[in-house]
Design a protein around this ligand. Structure first.
Ligand code: DGL
Length: 286
């Protein structure tokens, strides 16, 4: 039987997923979290489906060694490329950020014209238009890959003229096509939300899928009787952070995003979590 006091696993290629972790901390504050940022292999956005699936599988295996009760792929690229396949392989619930993002966008739009920005992988996968069309066949979707946004965020250039300039260039084609909603379809992008908002102007609602993701996670845990009731005490291993490369920079970022005082971030060798690692809860051999 699953332990309701077990943590939730959250992962991303780097710091982006912290925007989702933060929202989970806010909406379900009693839940413990084990976060993994794949800082050695970021960015994910320009890599193939096969590579992202392999990376995600290793991370999920690592998270399972931490005995998590559910996993959030806090990365649009991993949600687009790997989630469908991997969620069938494990017997704990897994959710991604794309479906919640789609629901949030459809709630926000008034004129049905929706822009989606994301990594090259997410935009090329066409997962957003596919899900949006499934829920609203009349919607009109324009996607735009913004590959330099992730390195800019990982470099800490959140408020910087360079980021302003790149944003103006990327977003130019989304202006004047009458979209009223823009999905931040990469978990790194909320960190430069101010810049994106400035370029898009006040008439465009920016949708951050994190809010809806945390809401759906809460609902999922509630349905399965997995919501933790025990009150959170910060410091008693509530939040643990792991990375695949040096942890100092990650720690600084994490502290500025989350503000609960990230105590430490441990570096692990994620490639060790290959198929030979014996893990309970891994449903089938592949
Ligand atoms: N933050 C991730 C996403 O939501 C990955 C970005 C990247 O590593 O390219 O897509």
């Amino acid at each position: 039987m699953t332990d309701i006091n077990a943590p939730i696993g959250v992962f991303d290629s780097g710091v982006g997923g912290l925007t989702v972790a933060k929202e989970i901390m806010h909406q379900i504050p009693n839940e413990r979290i084990v976060y993994f940022g794949d800082t050695a292999r970021v960015p994910y956005g320009n890599k193939s489906k096969e590579t992202i699936t392999k990376f995600s599988r290793q991370i999920v295996r690592f998270l399972q060694t931490q005995k998590v009760k559910a996993i959030v792929a806090a990365c649009n690229t991993a949600s687009a490329f790997a989630l469908d396949e991997i969620e069938r392989e494990v017997d704990i619930p897994m959710i991604g950020v794309v479906k919640p993002g789609v629901k949030a966008a459809l709630k926000a739009t008034r004129n049905g014209k929706i822009g989606v920005i994301g990594t090259e992988g997410t935009i090329a996968s066409r997962i957003y238009p596919q899900y949006i069309k499934e829920m609203n066949p009349d919607a009109n979707i324009t996607g735009k890959a913004c590959p330099l946004f992730v390195p800019l965020v990982e470099e800490g250039l959140w408020r910087d003229p360079v980021t302003d300039e790149i944003a103006r260039r990327y977003l130019a084609e989304l202006i004047d096509i009458d979209i009223d909603t823009l999905v931040l379809g990469c978990t790194h992008y909320p960190l430069i939300r101010e810049t994106i908002g400035k370029v898009m102007g006040k008439g465009v609602v920016l949708v951050n899928p994190a809010y809806e993701t945390a809401r759906e996670l809460k609902e999922l845990l509630r349905r399965r009787g997995l919501l933790r009731e025990q009150e959170a005490k910060l410091g008693d291993d509530m939040y643990q952070f792991y990375v695949s490369d040096s942890s100092e920079k990650f720690k600084q970022f994490a502290n500025s995003i989350i503000k609960y005082g990230i105590l430490s971030a441990k570096t692990i060798n994620i490639e060790k979590y290959e198929r030979s690692v014996e893990i309970t809860g891994w449903r089938k051999k592949y």
